[in-house]
Ligand binder design. Structure first.
Ligand code: DGJ
Length: 764
């Protein structure tokens, strides 16, 4: 029964100094059992003391707020999530407007739902104490908001069990201007013996509303980021991964939740979120009995019970989210602004255009063939040549994906003069040189496997099961971490001008078992988590020594694209599928979460669609080629050379401009999107036909542009034309921004002009 009792709440801005509290606690804990009892007595008194003051904690960005508040018993709940109120004193009155309390029902809005006491709903945290007891209650102890700089703040809230010495700190890092929040938790074992954690979420949100729509993604190799939008009904819908490595292969953690009705590009309330973690994740979306949405995001508890020794703490990965009341477009721009400034490596910098040899040669190359390809790269005008898979292994040469992985010595038949020679030849050809590695993996047909079976993740007494003929190395083991670091370190030490790394990861974890954990007497259930921690340790170490070298994050396509990994990488490979029509859809969906500067788009021969179409699609991100330049016809070569030059002239817009999606290919036979600079003086518009069925004439309707200044005047010029073709558009007509954004412009897309690129320039 709904209890209509309204609790008069006194707002207190009371904030306890966390560090003072913690050190006092620690001192007490080192004393005798009597001291323990005194401590808990004090704690109970403290809790009661706090319970008398209702504490309201707003976590705010420029446009949004999440507001937390303690109840009369000192338990912390979320009372508001949405647009920021003008007067933050009014947050305290919000609960009075909701009738959510019922004495015998759980507190659905808990800021971090503990398991095993009275709150019998899906928990955010579940712990077995040292004495075997499985109950947890969490009460507010204190909070603190620190300004890291003018834009970034960190709010920490300490919660504690009144009975057991478990401390949990909830952390909220806000990026004010970008409207992005990073949220995570730190669980500390202050007991004298190890505790075990069955669930340890990063974030537990409570979203008030009546109808929620979840957009989530499924996929597989070559078929990444297929969106689905569901109306969430009562109960729990989860998205998760249990794949270990290559965790996003079937489903990434990135999602959108629309409030009330499905958000469009420019309308509706929408939250975009993801877990910054390159391993197993689970995100629960639970519509409760009040029709509100509980959201719990974190590492997947599946097979991942984690032990915490006394005094040890566990920091969960960050759940990253943004909210917008103005649709998905603004929300995604929030993420782009945040990512380029704060997360993606060198997000505000530039990128290298390149020629990759994977689809051009596969494993079939030698140094002469490669040196010939260098000339092609130079002819094209790209910055770099990227040597892909197949350059290593001698006892078991890497001539196919069945052997050699793990043996990182140049294959003497293919490369008798080694990588050093290739770097030198590339430099002589006037381009940079980059290289592919897949350092986390091993083929059973390799010297590494023969020598170090104990480094391989495999069940000792079960038949091995392979994914792409390979197994995963046990990155939990520090010796394996050293080995993986050493592969890259040796390459850089021997070739200091090596300009680029493509880091691949092609297998999932089967038969999860770590010989190292066994040896150390640690539970096998820590494998999935410690693997990712081991991976990050290696990447951390690599970045400490090589902070700037660009690296592409690849996982057999887009099997590992997340903001956990992207802090170490400059870019990612969205998919092995380079069919341009498929890529329009794949790149479109990724664009909600990641900026275009990070999206590696290569022109290949996967599809026989015209080269211009393939090129125009690749240009809406970071341009690359994967072709044999010498096989291009004269006209195709001429076009490509011009295209590379054109790309260099617009790349600043694509890399650093604001993205506006104009026509959605999921709803139309056309895709249209544009990038405009912050000054609104220049933009580039990409238009693609996505359906090659007969259409009578060209696009019937104009496309309304966005992101321009209504009061400015502009010309619109078609660019990247194929040699010998002329634009059907008048490039000298001057339009007002008002006209272009209200009436729009017709790019004249039809079967003959299946892709049209427009450059918009202010006329002064
Ligand atoms: C998978 C990647 O996605 C491809 O681009 C290529 O590097 C192959 N691996 C090489 O094995």
């Amino acid at each position: 029964m709904t209890n209509k009792k309204r609790v008069h709440q006194q707002v207190s801005e009371c904030s306890v100094n966390l560090s003072r509290y913690k050190s006092a606690t620690q001192r007490k804990l080192t004393s005798s059992t009597i001291a323990w009892s005194i401590f808990f007595l004090l704690l109970a008194t403290t809790s009661r003391l706090f319970a008398q003051n209702i504490v309201t904690i707003p976590v705010e960005t420029a446009k949004n707020a999440m507001v937390l508040q303690t109840d009369k018993d000192g338990r912390l709940g979320i009372i508001y999530f949405g647009s920021r109120l003008a007067n933050n004193k009014e947050y305290a009155a919000i609960p009075n407007q909701y009738n959510l309390k019922s004495d015998n029902l759980p507190t659905y809005n808990s800021a971090y739902t503990p398991a095993g006491t009275w709150n019998v709903i899906e928990p955010a945290v579940q712990i077995t104490h040292a004495d075997g007891n499985m109950s947890l209650d969490l009460k507010y102890v204190g909070s603190d908001t620190k300004k890291i700089d003018a834009n970034v703040s960190l709010t920490s809230i300490l919660l504690k069990d009144p009975l057991y010495a478990t401390e949990i700190t909830l952390l909220y890092k806000t990026y004010f201007k970008e409207n992005v929040v990073e949220q995570w938790s730190v669980i500390k074992n202050v007991e004298k013996k190890p505790i075990r954690m069955q669930k340890y979420a990063s974030a537990n949100l409570y979203l008030m509303g009546n109808d929620f729509y979840l957009t989530h993604y499924n996929g597989t190799w070559g078929n990444e980021m297929k969106p689905e939008e569901d109306h969430l009904s009562h109960g729990i819908k989860s998205i998760d991964s249990k794949l270990g490595t290559r965790a996003n292969l079937l489903e990434p953690s990135a999602f959108m939740v629309s409030f009330g009705k499905p958000a469009t590009e420019d309308e509706g309330k929408v939250l975009l979120g993801q877990l910054a973690w390159s391993g197993n994740f689970k995100i629960d979306f639970e519509v409760d009995n009040y029709n509100n949405l509980r959201l719990i995001a974190g590492i997947n508890p599946y097979a991942s019970e984690y032990q915490l020794a006394a005094a040890q703490e566990f920091t969960t990965p960050a759940f990253i989210y943004t909210f917008s009341s103005n649709g998905k477009g603004e929300a995604s721009r929030n993420l782009h602004h945040w990512a380029t400034k704060y997360r993606l490596l060198d997000g505000e910098g530039s990128r290298l255009t390149l020629l990759n040899n994977w689809e051009a040669t596969y494993f079939d190359f030698d140094e002469n063939k490669l040196v010939d390809l260098f000339k092609g790269a130079k002819k094209l005008g790209v910055d770099m040549f990227l040597l892909d898979d197949g350059w290593f292994g001698n006892k078991y040469p890497r001539d196919a994906d069945t052997a050699g992985l793990g043996d990182w010595q140049e294959n003497v038949k293919k490369l008798p003069h080694g990588i050093g020679y290739l770097v030198k030849e590339a430099t002589a050809a006037g381009i940079k040189f980059g290289i592919w590695v897949e350092p986390e993996m091993v083929n059973p047909k390799s010297e590494l496997y023969e020598k170090h079976k104990d480094w391989v993740i495999r069940q000792p007494n079960r038949p091995e099961k392979y994914y792409r003929n390979q197994l995963v190395l046990d990155l939990v083991n520090p010796a394996v971490q050293n080995f993986v670091f050493g592969i890259l370190d040796t390459l850089f030490t021997k070739n200091p001008t090596l300009a680029f790394i493509k880091w691949d990861c092609n297998a999932v974890i089967y038969n999860a078992y770590s010989a190292y954990l066994q040896k150390m007497g640690l539970p096998q259930s820590q494998l999935y988590v410690d693997y990712v921690k081991g991976l990050y340790k290696v990447l951390e170490r690599l970045r400490a020594k090589y902070p700037t070298v660009p690296m592409m994050l690849c996982s057999g396509g887009g099997g590992r694209v997340d903001y956990g990994a992207l802090q170490y990488f400059t870019e990612y490979w969205p998919s092995d599928n380079t069919d341009p029509v498929e890529r329009i859809f794949i790149q479109w969906e990724y664009s909600y979460f990641y900026p275009a500067i990070a999206s590696c788009n290569h022109i290949t021969n996967w599809s026989k669609l015209p080269l211009k179409f393939r090129t125009d699609v690749a240009m809406m991100g970071k341009l690359g080629y994967d072709i044999v330049v010498d096989k291009l016809s004269e006209k195709d070569l001429q076009f490509s050379q011009q295209a590379v030059a054109t790309y260099h002239s617009i790349s600043d817009l694509v890399w650093h401009g604001d993205l506006y999606r104009l026509v959605n290919p999921n709803q139309n036979p056309l895709a249209s999107l544009m990038f405009a600079n912050a000054e609104k003086s220049r933009a580039v518009v990409f238009n693609y036909l996505t359906n090659t069925r007969f259409m009578p004439g060209a696009t019937p309707q104009p496309i309304q542009l966005k992101g321009l200044d209504a009061t400015k005047n502009y010309t619109v010029k078609e660019i990247n034309l194929y040699p010998g073709t002329e634009s059907s558009l008048q490039s000298t007509t001057v339009y007002s921004g008002n006209f272009l954004m209200t009436v729009g412009i017709n790019p004249d897309v039809d079967l003959e002009r299946a892709s049209v690129l427009l450059e918009v320039n202010e006329v002064k």
